[in-house]
Structure formats: C-alpha cells, structure tokens
Design a protein around this ligand. Structure first.
Ligand SMILES: [Zn+2]
Length: 281
C-alpha cells in the first residue's frame, strides 16, 4: 500500500509506526520484477542480497531485481557505516511462467555439435563480462521507453521447448517487428557491448545505465553504435533482424541488474511504482 496515501487519509496516524530503520520499497515483490528502495537512512552505505552488493545513488535511491526463480523469503541487508547490518525480509510472490513451444528452428541451433563450442563460449564469455559491469552513474533515474513497438511474441521467463527439446527459460521479452525497424535506446547510457554474430543472440548490443543495470538488444540485423559510445534515450542503436537463433524478425529485449535477469517491461514504470514501508529487524 502507498504510505503517502495512508498519510492523507488517516492524517498520518501510520507515521507513528515508522521508525528510523524503515525504508520504502516501490514495485512488485515478485519473481522477475525490479524494485526501487527509497527514504534510505543516511547511515546505510550499501544493500546486499546474498553475495550481491547494491550501491545507493548520491540522492538516496537503490534498485534491486528478483530472479525468475527467486525463493519466497528473501533477506535484504542494509550495510551500515559502522560495519553492522540491518535486515529486511522480503516476501517474494511466485510468478506463473508459460510454456512456449517453438518449432522450425534449424536443428543445429537447438542441439549444436561440438564444432560450435568455441563460438558459443565466446558469446557466453563476452555477455557475462558485460553484465558484470558495475559502473558509476544513475542514467536509469530518467525512466525508460519501449525500444520497438510491436506484438509480444515471447514473454520473459517462458519455459521454452525448441523443436521438442526443453531449453533454458527465456531471459528477455521478444517484440515482433519488420526487419530493418529502428531499435531505440530505452534510456541514456554507455554501450558496453557491440557483439557480432553470436551463435544464439546474433548481433547484440548492451547499454549500461549505471548501478549495475543494463538493457540488452539481440538478433539485430545490424548495430548502429560502437562500444564506448554514449547514447541518449531514443537514439537508434540498431535495426530489427533475425540473426542468431530466431525463426523470424524480432527484438529480444533483455534487462539485467547486478547480473540478475528480470522482466524488461518492469522498467517502463520505474518512477511510478506503488510503494510500501519495509520494516527493519
Ligand atoms: Zn528472446
């Protein structure tokens, strides 16, 4: 529930229940979603979930994302300047993931023989390195736009079955659009990967938006940027294609925070999410 709304209705009686360690969390506490932490006490230096460290912007915001398969009872730690920790419990709701059957994929893209090992390893290594970035900056604060308008042809998190063979769950959202449609940067950022001709993702661009948040654009016909470029929201970074493992032209739009893939459409209302108070223990 929105804490400010409670304040207006009940003349802030809820405020008596707020103490110094409480923080505000905005967004669905659900598998595959992104949430923003606000009103963070000054003595908090970083947050952590397990081994992952989440920094705080200079003006006091942090973002966290929940795995597709996140467990219900998640511990969020606020790491204080004096070395102590404040613990928060997050009850993560389960999401319902569809099963998507995709047929007509070239069989060598489903069960590749060992002659493709090297190129698959190159793709995995380059993408992994890009997603481990933790750059300064908070470009994400401006909000996000959809990079391409079109029909959603594959949801984030789908359990996918290619030519009858179960493969990994879908790490992004597929948006169908004609080949050559311009793909826009969803927000300002820095191009941290301009990957060519990957076995699965085809031509792939990754933009870093600061604080470990990246957006991923795959199966491009062609990129329109170079690694290291600074892009503004709406800039054309490439064109829709069907390179890599794709049965037709579409944009595979992905999002990653601190190496956790989440539903990219969760970015579109990043500054308008419903908030609730999180009580420290
Ligand atoms: Zn996809």
């Amino acid at each position: 529930m929105n804490y400010k709304a409670i304040c207006l209705i009940s003349i802030c009686t809820a405020a008596f229940n707020v103490n110094a360690s409480d923080i505000e969390v905005c967004g669905e506490l659900k598998q595959g979603e992104l949430a923003i932490l606000k009103n963070i006490p000054a003595e908090v230096e970083t947050f952590s979930i397990g081994e992952r460290i989440y920094p705080i912007t200079e003006d006091g915001y942090a973002i966290v994302a929940f795995h597709r398969d996140e467990k219900n009872n998640l511990k969020l730690s606020a790491n204080l300047a004096d070395g102590s920790k404040q613990e928060y419990s997050l009850n993560i709701d389960p999401a319902k993931w569809d099963i998507q059957r995709i047929n007509g994929v070239p069989q060598q893209k489903v069960t590749p023989d060992s002659s493709h090992d090297e190129e698959i390893l190159r793709e995995q290594k380059e993408v992994r390195q890009a997603l481990q970035n933790m750059k300064q900056g908070d470009f994400w604060r401006q909000g996000f736009i959809i990079p391409v308008e079109g029909r959603i042809s594959g949801n984030f998190g789908n359990q996918r079955i290619f030519n009858g063979t179960p493969k990994n769950p879908h790490t992004g959202t597929d948006i169908a659009a004609p080949e050559g449609t311009p793909v826009k940067a969803a927000a300002d950022g820095i191009i941290i990967l301009n990957g060519h001709n990957y076995f699965y993702s085809g031509n792939t661009v990754i933009i870093d938006h600061g604080q470990g948040l990246q957006t991923i654009y795959a199966h491009l016909k062609k990129a329109n940027v170079q690694q290291g470029d600074i892009v503004r929201q709406g800039d054309v970074i490439g064109f829709v294609g069907k390179t890599g493992r794709a049965t037709g032209p579409h944009l595979h739009w992905g999002a990653s925070l601190n190496n956790v893939r989440f539903r990219p459409h969760s970015l579109l209302d990043i500054n308008n999410k419903t908030c609730q108070i999180l009580k420290g223990k």
